[in-house]
Design a binder for this molecule. Structure first.
Ligand SMILES: NC(=O)c1ccc[n+]([C@@H]2O[C@H](COP(=O)([O-])OP(=O)(O)OC[C@H]3O[C@@H](n4cnc5c(N)ncnc54)[C@H](O)[C@@H]3O)[C@@H](O)[C@H]2O)c1
Length: 467
């Protein structure tokens, strides 16, 4: 039987980063993955394929809607080849997954394909095609991730009533896609199919889309998506989803408790994800789960069993690949006797629609709830020369700073390339910058980043330059 210092169960961004860091720190490491490709949800059926489709559909939409204004004429009709678009997406996914395999080999990490389940607290069975191998691990890191959640009354047939996984492999553009849940997945994939020509209707239970982000971002994103033709029913509670042949009929109660009926040919259910521990046999190791099915961990991501840790979507906190990566690194370093630390307040959130939405730190709603006195500085993207040059004029940057000390408490942005721009805000907040610090840094001209400087000027002394 092979013996390891550390075994990692699950090869998503949490698991494979944990394995690499363990190997870098000199530990003999194994990683166990039930699927034939490494990379977990993010690489196979999440972040990477959805971004590939967002980029492809963006090009298509630009070709139809915006080329002409840039003086680009295409003789004849611009035609969509969905099959080719999907093929490209698949090749991006396979290249990325191969990249993870390369990293495992480079770091001399043993890869086991099969379902990992605890035999006891130091032994893991790995089952594949009816055969079981057992390995011994002094420490184990559970990184088994999450699966799409569902509503109890919805039957997911995975053909027309689908989750994000199936929405990434459709063979046709829906005529009318009804999206249940106006969160990250619903809006990203809703925008993909809207750009490809589908009618898209989003039904959201709460009174705003992306409800966990600052409400200024919800408002602006909804305005832009509406302009792009997406329809919204907010404060609306779905009661039933029925399929009749190729038609999907959805009944819901609107904000006045009046019943509405929506008909479409596809229904995307994107109401969140649930932690995934099926088949892990956590009981055999004595590992406790909480009432939401998450693996219970302490501040050091250690379970109630001292040699077993858990990270990523399967534990508390935001279900984000980069949060899982930080946790993977942290656990590896803790096992090696180091004293790493994660500031969960500084983990950015991003929605990859266009315009992109990005956020870090406290929202205005959170500051109000916590009774913190703050000042606000806002700057609209449309006032930037860079935005006018590209035509990406939607969006804004909003900076919230402590009323007395001027320390930046939250940065919220929507606009072109904000998924990348948010890194400046994270860096500033990591070093506890004031709004004035940001406002006195030189930002290249012309860039979208100038909006960050201008919002900082607005927050610190209410003196933006270009508005
Ligand atoms: N860009 C990214 O970082 C990214 C992309 C995709 C997924 N993810 C992560 O994956 C997870 C799942 O994404 P998601 O979009 O499914 O979840 P989400 O939590 O982002 O959004 C779910 C939405 O569904 C709504 N909802 C819940 N029950 C409902 C009901 N009965 N009727 C109507 N609406 C209802 C919620 O109010 C919420 O707005 C999230 O944690 C997300 O952070 C992140």
């Amino acid at each position: 039987m092979s013996t390891y210092d550390v075994a990692v169960i699950g090869s998503g961004p949490g698991g494979y980063v944990a394995a690499i860091r363990c190997a870098q720190l000199g530990m003999k490491t194994a990683i166990i993955e039930k699927y034939s490709t490494l990379g977990g949800t993010c690489l196979n059926v999440g972040c990477i394929p959805s971004k590939a489709l967002l980029d492809s559909s963006h090009h298509y939409h630009d070709a139809i809607k915006h080329f002409e204004e840039h003086g680009i004429e295409i003789p004849g009709e611009v035609k969509l080849n969905l099959e080719k678009m999907m093929e490209r997406k698949s090749s991006v996914v396979s290249q990325t997954c191969d990249g993870v395999k390369f990293l495992m080999d480079k770091n001399k990490i043993d890869v086991y394909e099969g379902l990992g389940s605890f035999k006891d607290k130091t032994h893991i069975n790995i089952e594949k095609d009816g055969e079981t191998k057992t390995i011994e691990a002094k420490k184990t890191i559970i990184a088994t991730g999450s699966k799409p959640a569902n509503l109890p009354f919805i039957e997911l047939d995975k053909e027309r009533v689908i989750t994000s996984t199936e929405a990434l492999t459709l063979k046709e553009v829906p005529k009318h896609m009804i999206v249940i849940g106006g969160g990250v997945i619903g809006l990203e994939l809703g925008q993909v199919y809207r750009r490809l020509g589908a009618e898209v209707t989003v039904v959201e239970f709460l009174d705003r889309i992306i409800p966990t982000m600052d409400s200024a971002l919800s408002k602006e994103l909804q305005k832009v998506l509406k302009k792009q033709g997406v329809k919204f029913h907010l404060s609306t509670k779905v009661k039933s989803v029925e399929r009749n042949g190729d038609e999907i009929i959805i009944k819901a109660d609107d904000k006045k408790d009046k019943e509405i009926e929506l008909k479409g040919d596809y229904c995307l259910v994107s109401v969140g994800r649930r932690p995934y521990t099926d088949g892990l046999n956590a009981d055999a190791a004595g590992v406790e789960l909480d009432d939401k099915g998450r693996v219970k961990v302490n501040d050091h991501l250690q379970t109630n069993v001292d040699n077993i840790y858990a990270i990523g979507d399967v534990v508390r906190g935001a279900m984000l690949a980069h949060k899982a990566e930080e946790e993977g690194t942290m656990v590896a370093e803790l096992i090696a006797g180091q004293k790493p630390h994660i500031d969960y307040n500084l983990i950015p959130g991003v929605v990859y629609t266009w315009p992109e939405v990005a956020s870090v730190g406290k929202t205005e709603e959170q500051l109000k709830e916590e009774g913190v006195k703050y000042k606000e500085g806002k700057f609209p993207m449309r006032a930037l020369g860079r935005s006018r040059a590209s035509g990406d004029i939607d969006g804004l940057v909003k900076i919230l700073a402590d009323e007395k000390t001027d320390e930046v408490l939250g940065v919220h942005m929507i606009g072109a390339r904000t998924a990348d721009l948010i890194a400046e805000a994270v860096t500033a907040m990591e070093f506890r910058a004031s709004a004035e610090d940001i406002s006195r840094m030189s930002h290249a001209h012309p860039t979208y980043a100038e909006a960050v400087k201008e919002a900082a000027l607005a927050a610190t002394e209410n003196r933006p330059l270009h508005i």
